[in-house]
Design a protein around this ligand. Sequence first.
Ligand SMILES: Nc1ncnc2c1ncn2[C@@H]1O[C@H](COP(=O)(O)OP(=O)(O)OP(=O)(O)O)[C@@H](O)[C@H]1O
Ligand SMILES: [Mg+2]
Length: 375
Amino acid sequence: MDKTQFSILVVDDEADIREVLEITLVDIGYTVFLAEDGKAALDLFGKKHPSIVITDIKMPVMGGIELLRQVKQQSPDTPVIMITGHGDMDLTISSLKFGAADFITKPVNVDMLELAVTKAVDKIIAEQKLVEYTRKLEMLVLEKSKLTSHLSSLGLMIGTVSHNIKGLLTNLDGGLYIARSGMKKNNIADMAEGLDLLAQAVEKIKQMIMDILMYSKDRQMNKQPVSTRQFLADIENTMAMKLAGHAIEFGMVSDQAPQTLHIDAAFMMSALVNILDNAVDACLEDREKSEHQIILSVETRQDQLVMEIKDDGCGMDVETKEKIFDLFFSSKQVKGTGFGLFIARNIIAQHRGTITVDSIKRRGTTFTVFLPLTE
Ligand SMILES: Nc1ncnc2c1ncn2[C@@H]1O[C@H](COP(=O)(O)OP(=O)(O)OP(=O)(O)O)[C@@H](O)[C@H]1O
Ligand SMILES: [Mg+2]
């Protein structure tokens, strides 16, 4: 036990006693502070935060009992040892009531003093250990519950993903079948249709694998300067493929956009495509209008990059809106895994950005992504 880490405040109005106590305690290895009455001691206690207080009971200005009471109020765990004289019985009993740790009698016997201090130190150490153990235990419990929830979401993930892959395999089979029979009949239109189906399914699988990768590890972002024009052109191409054959118009507004974006292009693309995919689904779901529009706008607002994805699809009610960022929340039955927005928000957070949503049922939805402009 390293005694130098413990400090002791010694309080007595008699200079001789203070001196004897100081010499003895310093000799053992403790740091010692001295005060001549309760009031001076309390001042010093607030400044030096000693580990232990040893105080005479009877002193002018402020006595030992009042000092004990106030020390215990400020710091209930600090042991206070009382020095009592002959005929201090009543005071001794009061100090017991206020939580004194121990008593030594005058004239002070050095062995008794050392014994009382050692006992107090042992108690402090035991309490510190208890706090440390409790903290460790709490951490372990937290770890365990994190692990359990991770495991159960892993199980859920394997289930939903397998289900989705099965659906996509059916699409691949269908595409292959149509393309092959087109080839047999030398029918270019059928071949093209089959290939389109294949391309869509491959794109969806790619997206899903990106999502799983993103979920399975908190992958380190690789942020780099990226040409805004190139990035948006890639999105436009992806969208053109998704929208082929649908009455959905895709528009982009980027005249207020910065020339360069500081992003991990692959991951940010995956986030935006997830949001855009949902917009497409929402437009297809909405049978009230025969034509739809999705608009992506990118602009600098103050010191932020703001990207807005607006659709005039089916929109959503308030209850749905509250859950859309949850992992595995999907209103699309077999067609959705509930990965998209969870991943999108993760990617955006890893870019130190945020995402918000506004939606009105049967009117449409707007997602807004805020990102810091520079690294
Ligand atoms: N633009 C939108 N319009 C209406 N509802 C939306 C829109 N975007 C998201 N949602 C709702 O949020 C839910 C969660 O979206 P998310 O992308 O996380 O999963 P998903 O699209 O169902 O499945 P996945 O993206 O994994 O294929 C959707 O099922 C849908 O109910
Ligand atoms: Mg989605």
